[in-house]
Write a new protein. Structure first.
Length: 255
């Protein structure tokens, strides 16, 4: 594994490179780091391809800027990082908020994307129940999963940075407006939508998204938000089910 920082739109952006082969860019979820979202699956995926994993504004090792978090800015940051690394095209896998950043990449920088995987991602508010949205009102850092707090502090070792990230993630979701069907319909990259059967976004929405994207496949795994990827907060007993997404992701990217 190689890691480093790159000057990206005013950020000192952290990234990791694992393995060799065709490029797959990984974009973590909100409140997360490379390790907490992808720590279990990277060792498997890197056997057949080169992984470039990023940490977004205010997350993990990457510093912050004096601006709210937006998916548009995150997408621009990822695109600039890849430009700095001399990469003109790659496959992308975005999980949760990282998938929403990947949607923006597909809209703003379509030439960057070979194939797109949207994991536990939704593009409209109606995908999630009202209690999910209500939870962002008056959200407290104490509500954040301890494993995600530990993951951030392992990367950054800053309690102030942890609170800042939490507050900015909450603010972004409180103001989430999503995308119009016409925008989602304009995505040209072959796309795989993955959802858990007990995910934040409903199965009905996952089906709708798959039908809206012109070239799209859908798979539903048992479990919750990221269980099939081995995201750390989705595994209360620490065990990753043997039936996970690795083989399916590889088959989609290879075919």
């Amino acid at each position: 594994m190689k890691s480093g920082y790159s000057e990206v739109n005013g950020l000192n952006m952290y990234y990791e490179i694992h393995g060799e082969g065709n490029l797959l860019v990984l974009i973590h979820g909100g409140g997360s780091t490379i390790e907490t979202t992808f720590g279990r699956i990277i060792p498997l995926l890197m056997k057949k391809r080169q992984i470039i994993a990023v940490e977004l504004q205010a997350h993990g090792h990457t510093n912050d800027r004096d601006a709210f978090l937006t998916f548009e800015q995150d997408a621009a940051d990822v695109a600039k990082l890849l430009e700095n690394l001399g990469i003109s095209k790659a496959d992308f896998l975005g999980f949760s908020n990282g998938g929403q950043t990947a949607i923006e990449l597909a809209l703003q920088f379509p030439k960057l994307i070979n194939k797109l995987i949207l994991a536990s991602t939704f593009y409209k508010r109606s995908a999630a129940v009202s209690q999910f949205w209500d939870g962002f009102e008056g959200a407290k850092i104490e509500w954040m999963p301890e494993v995600l707090k530990e993951g951030y502090l392992k990367a950054s070792n800053s309690e102030a940075g942890l609170l800042n990230m939490f507050n900015k993630d909450v603010q972004r979701m409180k103001t989430f407006k999503g995308w119009e069907d016409e925008q989602i319909r304009s995505i040209k990259a072959p796309t795989l939508v993955i959802n858990g059967n007990q995910d934040v976004g409903s199965l009905e929405h996952a089906v709708e998204m798959c039908k809206t994207i012109p070239t799209c496949e859908l798979v539903v795994f048992p479990g919750g938000h990221g269980t099939y990827l081995g995201t750390i907060e989705s595994l209360p007993n620490g065990k990753w089910p043997e039936f996970n997404a690795t083989k399916l992701i590889e088959e989609f990217l290879d075919n």
